[in-house]
Design a protein around this ligand. Structure first.
Ligand code: ADP
Length: 524
């Protein structure tokens, strides 16, 4: 084609590429006429650009697709093969970021409309001067830069949005999985965030409704009041609150913190964390009760001893027999105190898990025989008969010997203590599935139904006329229960008031080689 300007017409550029267009920006000149290609290349190279050329639309497409750095394509409309119009359409599809400028000698309104429709940015009418070429290329490069910048900003925005969404969903997952309830309110007292654990104080919250006032949805007046106060005074408040009975009546520790904008000091709202402290309070109460009971149990014998000693020191007792009797009594109370203290130490050691045990294979018959022998003098003094009816050859148990002696010692001692002169205590035993079962049966005072329910609670002692003279700490059976629990055994009591009781103990036994492993388990 020979419709372009003469080569020499574009030989001496006077206009330079200006603005912040990068030097070495890449453009492509697509024209079937070698003179135009060469001319444009010379002018634009002199202006500091990197210029590629293509003599056909097909070649141009191949180059543009290979080289993503090309920013501007100068396209001749009339070329053999694929025409310029078609190339415009293909470029919009395959390389939309390349700014397309049409070079044509036939600039009609129709072709301008058509070329624009196909994505042309501007026109350069032939013939043109180097200044025209440079000015238009400059403009197209500026457009390319704007497109790039726009794309970069868009990508950045999308990345930020994604990060924000990820951050928000991470925060939500953390808050949702917290065991503590979380309520976040804005400065107007509207609930803006909460987690499932907080629903216990908002049972009527409608999830579909958008913004709720804390005053409407929080069902505990005390909690509402605490949040209100923290919002008004901008101070952090921590309160133990008991939820109303219809919310379950649990105790929660409500920690309400005001949130203040660091820069402006403006009050933004409150964050409330609710921790269930029901169990903690229960444990504290049990502890306080325990201390109370210990103090009470210590006080009575100490006061008695103090009384006896005062009378003796003051010289108020003249009869030596009477004085001796008082001293004997004092000793008895001291002995009871020592028993109490050692039982308390046992309980404390078991609670703290610091009991030292030497676990070894033990024969229950031997342990029971030892216990009965130890108890013989006491039983004799109480006129109670002891019978050892344990069969020989019971399976052994793995346990600490001292602990087994304490376990059976406590049970046999009670069976003697809560007995009557002429009564008896019989120890029997049997292999019961994977357990050894030992029964301690007495013909004593028996236990009331209420007594049976509370028997294993620390310091519980039955208050009956018959038992009022019998000394004890009320800790023996709770120690027995702890020992049995430690060895994963089981404890049971059958009793009839005024007829007697049977305490049954099951302990897991060890089977020696050759013995069959039984299936049965202790009745529950
Ligand atoms: P203690 O004997 O020191 O009072 P225990 O914990 O050993 O404490 O027993 C708790 C209570 O259970 C006793 O005070 C008594 O009322 C009752 N008890 C325990 N064993 C027997 C028994 N064999 N017969 C009747 N009552 C018993």
């Amino acid at each position: 084609m020979s419709d372009g300007v003469a080569d020499e017409a574009i030989q001496s550029p006077t206009t330079q590429i200006t603005g912040d267009v990068e030097a070495r920006s890449k453009v492509i000149v697509v024209d079937d006429e070698a003179g135009i290609r060469r001319g444009c290349q010379r002018v634009l190279t002199a202006a500091g650009l990197e210029v590629l050329t293509a003599e056909s639309a097909e070649q141009a497409l191949a180059v543009v697709e290979r080289d993503p750095d090309i920013e501007v394509a100068l396209v001749d409309l009339r070329m053999p093969g694929m025409g310029g119009m078609e190339l415009l359409s293909e470029l919009s599809r395959r390389a939309p970021d390349v700014v397309r400028v049409v070079i044509t000698a036939y600039a009609t309104i129709e072709s301008a409309i058509e070329a624009t429709r196909r994505g042309a940015f501007d026109f350069l009418a032939k013939p043109f001067t180097p200044e025209d070429l440079i000015r238009l290329t400059n403009k197209a490069l500026e457009q390319a830069r704007l497109i790039r910048e726009h794309k970069r900003l868009q990508a950045e925005r999308e990345r930020r949005l994604l990060e924000l969404a990820t951050e928000q969903s991470r925060l939500r997952s953390v808050v949702n999985s917290m065991a503590d309830g979380v309520l976040v309110c804005n400065s107007e007292g509207a609930l803006v965030l909460h987690n499932p654990a907080a629903l216990r104080v908002m049972p009527h919250l409608q999830p579909e409704a958008t913004l709720h006032s804390v005053e409407e949805v929080v069902a505990s007046e005390e909690l509402r009041q605490t949040i209100r106060e923290a919002s008004e005074t901008h101070t952090r408040l921590s309160r133990e609150i008991q939820l109303p009975p219809d919310l379950g009546g649990q105790w929660v520790l409500a920690d309400v913190a005001p949130v203040v904008d660091e820069a402006s000091g403006a009050f933004l709202g409150t964050v409330t964390v609710l921790r269930d402290i029901t169990e903690l309070r229960r444990v504290e109460q049990v502890k306080a009760q325990f201390v109370n009971m210990v103090a009470h149990e210590l006080r009575a014998p100490l006061a008695a001893i103090d009384g006896y000693l005062s009378v003796l020191v003051e010289g108020l007792v003249t009869s030596p027999e009477k004085a001796r009797e008082m001293m004997v009594r004092s000793r008895q109370r001291l002995k009871a105190l020592l028993d109490l203290v050692s039982d308390l130490l046992d309980v404390a050691r078991m609670e703290a898990g610091t009991v030292r045990r030497e676990i070894a294979l033990q024969r229950v018959e031997e342990v029971v025989a030892e216990v009965l022998e130890l108890m013989q003098p006491t039983a004799q003094a109480a006129s109670v008969q002891l019978h050892n009816a344990l069969p020989a050859g019971l399976p052994g148990v793995e346990a600490d010997r001292e602990e087994l002696i304490r376990l059976f010692g406590n049970l046999v001692s009670n069976a003697v203590k809560y007995n009557r002169p002429g009564g008896s205590v019989t120890v029997t035993g049997t292999a019961d599935g994977p357990y050894v079962r030992v029964d301690i049966t007495d013909t004593g005072l028996g236990i009331s139904e209420e007594g049976i329910r509370n028997l294993f609670t620390e310091f519980y002692r039955e208050k009956r006329r018959e038992t009022s003279q019998i000394t004890g700490t009320g800790l023996g059976l709770s120690i027995v229960k702890r020992i049995v629990d430690f060895y994963h055994g089981r404890l049971d009591v059958q009793s009839k008031l005024d007829e007697g009781s049977t305490f049954s103990v099951w302990l897991p036994c060890v089977f020696e080689p050759g013995e069959a492993t039984p299936e049965a388990s202790p009745a529950s």
